[in-house]
Design a binder for this molecule. Sequence first.
Ligand code: SAH
Length: 344
Amino acid sequence: MTGPLPVSAFMTLALHDPQWGFYSAREPIGTRGAFITAPEISQIFGELLGLWCVQVWRDQGRPAKPRLVELGPGRGTLMSDALRALRGAPDFLETLEVVLVESSPALEEAQRANLFGAAVPVYWVRQWSEMTRDRPLFLLANEFLDVLPVRQFVMTERGWCERVVVESIDALGFALSPVPVPLVTPARRGTPAPGAIYEISAAAEALVEDTSKAVAAQGGGALFIDYGHAGEGFGDTLQAVTEHRPVDILANPGGADISAHVDFAAVAESACRGGSRVWGPVAQGQFLHALGIDVRASRLAAADPAHAPDIEAAVTRLTAPEEMGRLFRVLALTPAGASMPPGF
Ligand code: SAH
């Protein structure tokens, strides 16, 4: 590392450096990985998201050649569960193609193994900007926006100064860039006290605006699911996790997952600018209940009574307010004239 790095550049290096980056080499996700995500908790999560797409597609008059895209598919579990559930919708599958947007070659390998033998063509691209814009777009993104880099600014007596990562003699540390920047913060944030931290993810906002343009122009729908907040007040939400435990952000770059809470107000505003209709955000628990998680869980439990307690525990983990049910939120996009999607 050389010189002070904005937090966003530090995050990008720590996550994506081709040799040392967290997502570049090891297996980051799952019970053996650093953290566990909703699709790894229960197959029902991916199944319901797949069925959500079918419903939105039917509500829009079954446009030909839909494309199902997932951003940051991890181990490919969500897509594999979604495609299994879609076997019940052969009309949707008939002309469907799947595209996985994955920056990490190691995770692409895991996804290829998981989706081997899929009933529809599956393609990979490294980044969203490589997507062609010719088909109705059904986009799924679970815990994707939170890994996009954030910048942080701290209110000082000189004004907003960017928080940077510096290398001192034997360790990394945080420092402030000496020259203040003329930032205007949204009114919903309120008045910053000295020391307040303002966090922005230009990458998440730009990405959501662009996907919103694509949904508006091509038809379809998008679901962004993530942990986050309503964009009020100020605060530092950057966190590092390894072996399912929070760790110091600077202690082991590349060895821990680094992410930040998603500012759903900012993301929803970006989505509006892109021209789609924005739904939510609603709490993940409410969304999954509305999509029928309880009915699906009872069926699975009846078919496999030995695992009924595990199935019930997984549903609780995904939906209970004190678990993932409230912190995680769901934002949907549809074309402007489309009807209300399921779950909102
Ligand atoms: N959605 C998955 C994994 C979430 S972890 C799940 O729920 O289990 C974040 C994923 O996004 C990983 O697959 C990571 O490699 C990928 N990723 C991170 N930044 C990316 C970027 N800029 N472009 C494409 N993929 C990215």
